[in-house]
Design a protein around this ligand. Structure first.
Ligand SMILES: NC(=O)c1ccc[n+]([C@@H]2O[C@H](COP(=O)([O-])OP(=O)(O)OC[C@H]3O[C@@H](n4cnc5c(N)ncnc54)[C@H](O)[C@@H]3O)[C@@H](O)[C@H]2O)c1
Length: 266
Protein backbone atom coordinates (compact mmCIF):
# COMPACT_ATOMS: atom_id res chain seq x y z
CA UNK A 1 0.00 0.00 0.00
CA UNK A 2 1.38 3.41 -0.98
CA UNK A 3 1.47 5.87 1.90
CA UNK A 4 3.20 8.97 3.19
CA UNK A 5 5.16 8.23 6.35
CA UNK A 6 6.78 11.16 8.18
CA UNK A 7 7.70 9.14 11.30
CA UNK A 8 11.12 10.18 12.66
CA UNK A 9 11.02 13.46 10.74
CA UNK A 10 10.37 17.00 12.00
CA UNK A 11 8.42 19.70 10.20
CA UNK A 12 8.47 23.38 11.08
CA UNK A 13 5.19 25.15 10.25
CA UNK A 14 5.16 28.94 10.62
CA UNK A 15 1.90 30.56 11.68
CA UNK A 16 0.86 27.08 12.79
CA UNK A 17 -1.42 28.40 15.51
CA UNK A 18 -3.66 30.02 12.90
CA UNK A 19 -7.03 28.31 12.72
CA UNK A 20 -7.07 28.61 8.92
CA UNK A 21 -4.57 27.12 6.47
CA UNK A 22 -1.92 26.56 9.20
CA UNK A 23 -4.22 24.24 11.16
CA UNK A 24 -4.92 22.15 8.03
CA UNK A 25 -1.18 21.84 7.37
CA UNK A 26 -0.37 20.82 10.97
CA UNK A 27 -3.20 18.27 10.97
CA UNK A 28 -2.02 16.67 7.70
CA UNK A 29 1.63 16.46 8.83
CA UNK A 30 0.57 15.02 12.17
CA UNK A 31 -1.64 12.41 10.45
CA UNK A 32 1.45 11.27 8.49
CA UNK A 33 3.25 10.68 11.80
CA UNK A 34 5.58 13.68 11.62
CA UNK A 35 6.84 15.66 14.60
CA UNK A 36 5.47 19.18 14.42
CA UNK A 37 7.54 22.22 15.32
CA UNK A 38 4.67 24.63 15.51
CA UNK A 39 5.70 28.27 15.26
CA UNK A 40 3.61 31.34 15.96
CA UNK A 41 3.89 34.76 17.60
CA UNK A 42 1.91 34.42 20.79
CA UNK A 43 3.18 32.15 23.62
CA UNK A 44 -0.22 30.99 24.91
CA UNK A 45 -1.81 30.60 21.47
CA UNK A 46 1.18 28.60 20.20
CA UNK A 47 1.20 26.26 23.22
CA UNK A 48 -2.55 25.65 22.98
CA UNK A 49 -2.23 24.87 19.26
CA UNK A 50 0.70 22.48 19.83
CA UNK A 51 -1.28 20.58 22.47
CA UNK A 52 -3.77 19.47 19.78
CA UNK A 53 -1.24 17.11 18.18
CA UNK A 54 0.39 13.97 19.64
CA UNK A 55 3.96 14.89 18.62
CA UNK A 56 4.24 18.69 18.60
CA UNK A 57 6.40 21.37 20.18
CA UNK A 58 5.56 25.07 20.44
CA UNK A 59 8.22 27.32 18.87
CA UNK A 60 7.40 30.93 19.64
CA UNK A 61 9.02 33.58 17.46
CA UNK A 62 8.65 36.28 14.84
CA UNK A 63 9.62 35.03 11.37
CA UNK A 64 10.09 38.59 10.11
CA UNK A 65 12.89 39.31 12.59
CA UNK A 66 16.35 37.95 11.66
CA UNK A 67 17.48 37.69 15.30
CA UNK A 68 14.37 35.77 16.25
CA UNK A 69 14.78 33.44 13.28
CA UNK A 70 18.36 32.70 14.40
CA UNK A 71 17.10 31.97 17.92
CA UNK A 72 14.25 29.76 16.62
CA UNK A 73 16.68 27.51 14.73
CA UNK A 74 19.20 27.43 17.62
CA UNK A 75 16.42 26.44 20.03
CA UNK A 76 15.18 23.70 17.69
CA UNK A 77 18.70 22.34 17.11
CA UNK A 78 19.40 22.13 20.86
CA UNK A 79 16.06 20.62 21.86
CA UNK A 80 14.78 18.65 18.88
CA UNK A 81 17.57 18.28 16.30
CA UNK A 82 17.30 18.73 12.56
CA UNK A 83 14.29 20.22 10.76
CA UNK A 84 13.49 18.03 7.72
CA UNK A 85 10.75 20.17 6.22
CA UNK A 86 9.83 23.85 6.37
CA UNK A 87 6.33 25.15 5.62
CA UNK A 88 6.28 28.92 5.31
CA UNK A 89 2.61 29.47 6.09
CA UNK A 90 2.62 32.61 8.29
CA UNK A 91 1.33 35.60 6.40
CA UNK A 92 -0.90 38.63 6.66
CA UNK A 93 -3.34 40.23 4.24
CA UNK A 94 -4.20 43.80 3.27
CA UNK A 95 -7.40 44.94 1.54
CA UNK A 96 -6.67 48.45 0.25
CA UNK A 97 -6.07 50.12 -3.11
CA UNK A 98 -2.32 50.39 -3.75
CA UNK A 99 -2.48 54.17 -4.14
CA UNK A 100 -4.04 54.48 -0.66
CA UNK A 101 -1.66 52.15 1.18
CA UNK A 102 0.66 53.76 3.76
CA UNK A 103 4.40 53.09 3.54
CA UNK A 104 4.28 51.45 7.00
CA UNK A 105 1.51 49.07 5.84
CA UNK A 106 3.50 48.12 2.73
CA UNK A 107 6.67 47.55 4.78
CA UNK A 108 4.84 45.49 7.37
CA UNK A 109 3.24 43.20 4.79
CA UNK A 110 6.48 42.69 2.87
CA UNK A 111 8.38 42.12 6.13
CA UNK A 112 6.17 39.16 7.03
CA UNK A 113 4.94 37.81 3.68
CA UNK A 114 8.23 38.10 1.74
CA UNK A 115 11.22 38.80 4.00
CA UNK A 116 9.98 36.34 6.65
CA UNK A 117 9.68 33.56 4.07
CA UNK A 118 13.23 34.22 2.85
CA UNK A 119 14.71 34.49 6.38
CA UNK A 120 13.16 31.16 7.41
CA UNK A 121 14.17 29.43 4.16
CA UNK A 122 17.73 30.76 4.51
CA UNK A 123 18.10 29.48 8.07
CA UNK A 124 16.46 26.14 7.17
CA UNK A 125 18.86 25.52 4.27
CA UNK A 126 21.93 26.52 6.33
CA UNK A 127 21.10 24.00 9.09
CA UNK A 128 20.70 21.28 6.43
CA UNK A 129 24.00 22.16 4.79
CA UNK A 130 25.90 22.23 8.10
CA UNK A 131 25.22 18.51 8.48
CA UNK A 132 25.00 17.62 4.78
CA UNK A 133 21.35 16.56 4.97
CA UNK A 134 18.37 16.92 2.64
CA UNK A 135 15.03 18.54 3.43
CA UNK A 136 12.26 20.31 1.54
CA UNK A 137 10.43 23.65 1.57
CA UNK A 138 6.80 24.49 0.83
CA UNK A 139 5.82 28.16 0.74
CA UNK A 140 2.18 29.19 1.01
CA UNK A 141 1.30 31.53 -1.82
CA UNK A 142 -2.20 32.46 -2.99
CA UNK A 143 -4.24 32.54 -6.19
CA UNK A 144 -3.62 36.29 -5.96
CA UNK A 145 0.00 35.74 -7.10
CA UNK A 146 -1.32 35.25 -10.64
CA UNK A 147 -4.83 36.71 -10.89
CA UNK A 148 -6.11 39.31 -8.52
CA UNK A 149 -8.76 41.94 -7.88
CA UNK A 150 -9.09 45.51 -6.61
CA UNK A 151 -7.67 46.24 -3.13
CA UNK A 152 -5.27 43.26 -3.32
CA UNK A 153 -2.37 44.73 -5.36
CA UNK A 154 0.15 44.82 -2.50
CA UNK A 155 -0.78 41.35 -1.21
CA UNK A 156 -0.79 39.99 -4.79
CA UNK A 157 2.67 41.43 -5.47
CA UNK A 158 4.03 39.91 -2.24
CA UNK A 159 2.67 36.47 -3.13
CA UNK A 160 4.16 36.81 -6.65
CA UNK A 161 7.49 37.49 -4.90
CA UNK A 162 7.01 34.31 -2.85
CA UNK A 163 6.56 32.33 -6.06
CA UNK A 164 9.66 33.98 -7.59
CA UNK A 165 11.67 33.07 -4.50
CA UNK A 166 10.33 29.51 -4.73
CA UNK A 167 11.42 29.15 -8.36
CA UNK A 168 14.82 30.75 -7.78
CA UNK A 169 15.67 28.76 -4.67
CA UNK A 170 14.55 25.54 -6.36
CA UNK A 171 17.25 26.09 -9.00
CA UNK A 172 19.94 26.98 -6.46
CA UNK A 173 19.11 24.02 -4.22
CA UNK A 174 18.51 21.37 -6.87
CA UNK A 175 22.11 20.12 -6.82
CA UNK A 176 21.70 19.32 -3.11
CA UNK A 177 18.48 17.38 -3.65
CA UNK A 178 16.52 20.05 -1.74
CA UNK A 179 13.12 20.75 -3.32
CA UNK A 180 11.28 24.05 -2.98
CA UNK A 181 7.63 24.35 -4.03
CA UNK A 182 4.58 26.48 -3.29
CA UNK A 183 0.89 25.87 -2.63
CA UNK A 184 -1.53 28.56 -3.78
CA UNK A 185 -4.93 28.30 -2.08
CA UNK A 186 -8.08 29.90 -3.39
CA UNK A 187 -10.80 31.03 -1.00
CA UNK A 188 -10.43 28.71 2.02
CA UNK A 189 -13.37 28.00 4.31
CA UNK A 190 -12.00 29.33 7.62
CA UNK A 191 -12.86 31.70 10.44
CA UNK A 192 -10.52 34.40 9.09
CA UNK A 193 -11.99 34.20 5.61
CA UNK A 194 -15.51 34.58 7.03
CA UNK A 195 -14.34 37.73 8.84
CA UNK A 196 -12.79 39.07 5.63
CA UNK A 197 -16.03 38.44 3.69
CA UNK A 198 -18.05 40.13 6.41
CA UNK A 199 -15.89 43.22 5.90
CA UNK A 200 -17.04 43.70 2.30
CA UNK A 201 -20.63 42.43 2.35
CA UNK A 202 -23.45 42.39 4.88
CA UNK A 203 -24.56 39.04 3.42
CA UNK A 204 -21.47 36.85 3.89
CA UNK A 205 -23.38 33.55 3.59
CA UNK A 206 -24.84 34.58 0.23
CA UNK A 207 -21.41 35.75 -0.98
CA UNK A 208 -19.83 32.44 -0.05
CA UNK A 209 -22.64 30.46 -1.77
CA UNK A 210 -22.08 32.61 -4.86
CA UNK A 211 -18.34 32.02 -4.74
CA UNK A 212 -18.83 28.26 -4.49
CA UNK A 213 -21.50 27.86 -7.13
CA UNK A 214 -20.61 30.57 -9.62
CA UNK A 215 -16.84 31.11 -9.43
CA UNK A 216 -15.44 27.60 -8.92
CA UNK A 217 -15.77 24.59 -11.22
CA UNK A 218 -15.95 22.31 -8.14
CA UNK A 219 -19.00 23.40 -6.14
CA UNK A 220 -17.60 22.76 -2.66
CA UNK A 221 -15.64 24.99 -0.31
CA UNK A 222 -11.89 24.51 -0.14
CA UNK A 223 -10.89 23.33 3.33
CA UNK A 224 -7.69 24.08 5.23
CA UNK A 225 -7.06 20.34 5.18
CA UNK A 226 -7.19 20.33 1.35
CA UNK A 227 -4.24 22.75 1.49
CA UNK A 228 -2.51 20.63 4.14
CA UNK A 229 -2.82 17.52 1.96
CA UNK A 230 -1.17 19.35 -0.96
CA UNK A 231 1.66 20.48 1.35
CA UNK A 232 2.23 16.95 2.64
CA UNK A 233 2.34 15.63 -0.92
CA UNK A 234 4.99 18.20 -1.92
CA UNK A 235 7.08 17.46 1.21
CA UNK A 236 6.90 13.72 0.60
CA UNK A 237 8.83 11.29 -1.62
CA UNK A 238 5.77 11.27 -3.92
CA UNK A 239 6.91 14.66 -5.18
CA UNK A 240 10.48 13.44 -5.66
CA UNK A 241 10.86 15.05 -9.10
CA UNK A 242 8.76 18.16 -8.47
CA UNK A 243 10.52 21.41 -7.64
CA UNK A 244 10.04 25.11 -8.33
CA UNK A 245 6.31 24.56 -8.89
CA UNK A 246 3.16 26.12 -7.50
CA UNK A 247 0.32 23.70 -6.81
CA UNK A 248 -2.93 25.64 -6.99
CA UNK A 249 -5.64 24.44 -4.57
CA UNK A 250 -8.57 26.52 -5.80
CA UNK A 251 -11.44 24.14 -6.68
CA UNK A 252 -11.14 25.35 -10.27
CA UNK A 253 -11.50 29.06 -9.46
CA UNK A 254 -8.67 30.46 -11.58
CA UNK A 255 -9.46 28.48 -14.74
CA UNK A 256 -12.93 29.95 -15.23
CA UNK A 257 -13.09 32.53 -18.00
CA UNK A 258 -16.69 33.43 -17.16
CA UNK A 259 -18.80 32.78 -14.06
CA UNK A 260 -20.78 29.50 -14.16
CA UNK A 261 -24.06 31.44 -14.43
CA UNK A 262 -22.91 32.72 -17.84
CA UNK A 263 -23.07 29.19 -19.29
CA UNK A 264 -26.60 28.10 -20.31
CA UNK A 265 -27.71 24.89 -18.58
CA UNK A 266 -27.79 21.92 -20.95
N1 LIG B 1 -7.39 31.86 4.30
C1 LIG B 1 -7.38 31.89 2.97
O1 LIG B 1 -8.42 31.85 2.32
C2 LIG B 1 -6.07 31.95 2.25
C3 LIG B 1 -6.06 31.89 0.85
C4 LIG B 1 -4.86 31.95 0.17
C5 LIG B 1 -3.67 32.02 0.87
N2 LIG B 1 -3.67 32.08 2.23
C6 LIG B 1 -2.37 32.16 2.91
O2 LIG B 1 -2.32 31.13 3.90
C7 LIG B 1 -1.48 31.54 4.97
C8 LIG B 1 -2.25 31.42 6.29
O3 LIG B 1 -3.36 32.29 6.23
P1 LIG B 1 -4.68 32.14 7.11
O4 LIG B 1 -5.77 32.79 6.39
O5 LIG B 1 -4.84 30.72 7.53
O6 LIG B 1 -4.31 33.10 8.30
P2 LIG B 1 -4.30 32.98 9.88
O7 LIG B 1 -4.38 34.38 10.34
O8 LIG B 1 -5.24 31.94 10.39
O9 LIG B 1 -2.85 32.41 10.17
C9 LIG B 1 -1.71 33.14 10.09
C10 LIG B 1 -0.91 32.90 11.36
O10 LIG B 1 0.38 33.48 11.16
C11 LIG B 1 0.77 34.06 12.37
N3 LIG B 1 1.78 35.10 12.12
C12 LIG B 1 1.58 36.33 11.59
N4 LIG B 1 2.72 37.01 11.53
C13 LIG B 1 3.68 36.19 12.04
C14 LIG B 1 5.07 36.33 12.26
N5 LIG B 1 5.70 37.48 11.97
N6 LIG B 1 5.75 35.30 12.80
C15 LIG B 1 5.11 34.14 13.12
N7 LIG B 1 3.79 33.95 12.93
C16 LIG B 1 3.08 34.97 12.40
C17 LIG B 1 -0.50 34.62 12.99
O11 LIG B 1 -0.36 34.82 14.39
C18 LIG B 1 -1.51 33.54 12.62
O12 LIG B 1 -1.65 32.57 13.65
C19 LIG B 1 -1.05 32.99 4.65
O13 LIG B 1 0.23 32.97 4.06
C20 LIG B 1 -2.10 33.45 3.66
O14 LIG B 1 -1.63 34.47 2.82
C21 LIG B 1 -4.84 32.05 2.93
Amino acid sequence: MMQIDFTDKSYLVTGGAGTGVGAGICEAISDCGGTLLLNDLDVVKTKIAAEKYPKAHAIVGDISNAKDVGRIFREIKEKYGLVHGLVNNAGIGLHKNAHLVEESEFDNLYKIDVKGVWLMARAFVKQLMEVDQVGHIVNISSVHARETTARYAIYASAKAAVEGLTRGMSIELGEFGVRCNAVAPGYVDSEQSWDAVASWTDKPKAWIEGQKNDYQSLRHMITARDCGNAVVFLLSHMANSITGQTLTVDAGFTNLLYANSFIPKT
